[in-house]
Design a protein. Structure first.
Length: 500
């Protein structure tokens, strides 16, 4: 019997009323295992109304109460790691170890939110003038929304809602319709932790649900992670409706390998960063830039390692890489490989025809490695979001840096070298929001913020860390004068206030 995933509104499961459902497949078999309800405008409105009602009390609740609930949620999340990972594997396809890693990184942000009290402290200046004090405080916004992608169905929502609710906001989540069950499990755990009804809500759906959240007058801010075209649309539309927006877009992350680098370490890093989670992550390394004469040796080392990766169902403990999310996405990724030679690339490994015995209907694709890729090739220009690694050749550091900085994306990048001076130059000169030095995937820890530059970020704020706290609160400055009891009656002064 096919499972039905409904909405979570006002602290309980609410059956979808639209009659419209989207199919959720097991990527390893291609079989439809779940139908997810798609929300109408009225159902989105109901979720926002529940969040608005809850904000009336949650926004005034004590920091101690919020922290207590988040600590309970953190314990429940830890105890249910495997269950959440199994849901991710069943609907996304990533191997169980990858899914567990995703939960762990989300847990890191929950832990940050548990200690949010430090970030929410205000400031006080006394005696700025005679008996005048000035204080600065941060207050929640109200109802905020998150729109999240398929590739990290647990982690990316946890980049948003723990900090948002810790700051006193209420939250409406619209997760990807391709793998919705992890979000519902998180909602259940929050309720079990004692989160009041309506503080966290989940509505599923398509553009109808998204557009209503972007235009709803009671939604004060929108967080988004996804592709660049949609991020641009989210930012433009929500901003036009007077909302605060953080919209994280796509990427084309480069790894610059200098001639002095440890090539074995660089090859290990390139393989893990390009093919981990089947390349379906915005921080994947998809372009290696080899400097000087090391290109042939580096490509050979990458090929040797890539050929040994075991591809299979995500719930098979021996699998190192699983299938892609949908058959359509698999076909799109494969097209970049099958068309590579005609665009001037040298195809070292072609995984476009790969299948797994016994799972022939799954969304399989193998490892692909393209060498000597021209910058005009689609495989270089586009965010492929699959296990395809391109290698470009340059003669100098300066040429490699210019190539990277010419990209319209600026999410993450890395340099592999033994030269500290070169690494320092790179981290200052490269135009990207996150930089790794001998680290291939420079995803910041929870107390530093995540975000890119250029077409990889729309809006002023990065996500989680201090930027997350600032995004989900707004500042207020209070200037206070209290009369001294010994003073006589005050006199009217029409002049500008004197601070000196």
């Amino acid at each position: 019997m096919t499972k039905i995933v409904n909405h979570w509104i006002g602290g309980k499961t609410v059956e979808g009323a639209s009659g419209t459902y989207g199919p959720v497949t097991d990527p390893a078999t291609g079989a439809v295992t779940t139908n997810v309800a798609f929300a109408t405008v009225d159902e989105v409105d109901a979720a926002v109304a529940a969040a608005k009602d809850a904000y009336a009390t949650w926004g005034k609740s004590s920091l101690a109460k919020r922290s207590t609930i988040l600590f309970k949620f953190r314990a429940l999340l830890d105890a249910n790691r495997d269950a959440i990972a199994e849901l991710i594997t069943a609907e996304h396809g990533k191997v169980h170890s990858d899914a567990l890693g995703e939960v762990a990184r989300g847990l890191e942000i929950v832990e940050l939110a548990c200690g949010i009290t430090v970030q929410l402290k205000g400031e006080l200046s006394t005696e700025v003038a005679s008996r005048v004090d000035v204080s600065s405080i941060r207050q929640p916004l109200g109802v905020v929304a998150g729109i999240t992608p398929f590739n990290f169905p647990a982690m990316v929502p946890m980049w948003m809602f723990p900090i948002a609710i810790a700051c006193g906001n209420t939250f409406v989540l619209k997760p990807s319709e391709k793998d919705p069950s992890a979000a519902m499990k998180l909602a259940e755990l929050l309720a079990e932790a004692g989160l009041p009804d309506g503080v966290f809500n989940v509505v599923h759906g398509d553009k109808v649900a998204v557009d209503r959240l972007l235009e709803h007058p009671d939604v004060k801010a929108v967080s988004f992670v996804g592709s660049t075209p949609i991020a641009r649309y989210i930012h433009t539309t929500a901003s036009a409706n007077g909302k605060r927006v953080q919209a994280l877009g796509g990427a084309k992350n480069h790894m610059l390998v200098l001639p002095d680098a440890d090539l074995d370490a660089a090859a290990d890093a390139a393989v893990s960063a390009a093919y981990g989670s089947a390349g379906e992550r915005c921080m994947a390394i998809s372009a290696v830039v080899a400097v000087g004469a090391i290109g042939d040796e580096l490509v050979e080392k990458i090929r040797e390692r890539a050929e040994k990766i075991k591809i299979g169902p995500g719930n098979d403990p021996t699998s190192e890489m699983g299938p892609l999310i949908t058959a359509a996405h698999r076909d799109k990724v494969a097209s970049y490989v099958t068309g590579a030679a005609a665009e001037g690339s040298e195809v070292i490994l072609d995984g476009s025809g790969f299948t797994v015995d016994g799972f022939e209907d799954g969304h399989w694709i193998g490892i692909s490695l393209l060498d000597k890729v021209p910058t005009t090739a689609k495989a270089y220009q586009d965010e492929i979001f699959g296990p395809v690694l391109t290698v470009l050749r340059v003669d100098t550091y300066e040429e490699g840096l210019a190539l990277i900085n010419a990209s319209p994306f600026g999410n993450g990048t890395a340099i592999f070298t033994r030269d500290g001076g070169a690494a320092r130059r790179f981290q200052l000169e490269v135009e990207a929001g996150m930089v790794g030095v001998n680290v291939p995937i420079p995803v910041p820890v929870g107390y530093h913020s995540f975000g890119g530059w250029k077409d990889s970020l729309f809006g002023d704020h990065h996500i989680y860390g201090n930027d997350g706290t600032h995004f989900y609160t707004r500042g207020k400055v209070v200037t206070t004068r209290w009369p001294d009891p010994a003073d006589g009656p005050s006199a009217v002064d029409l002049g500008f206030p004197r601070n000196h």
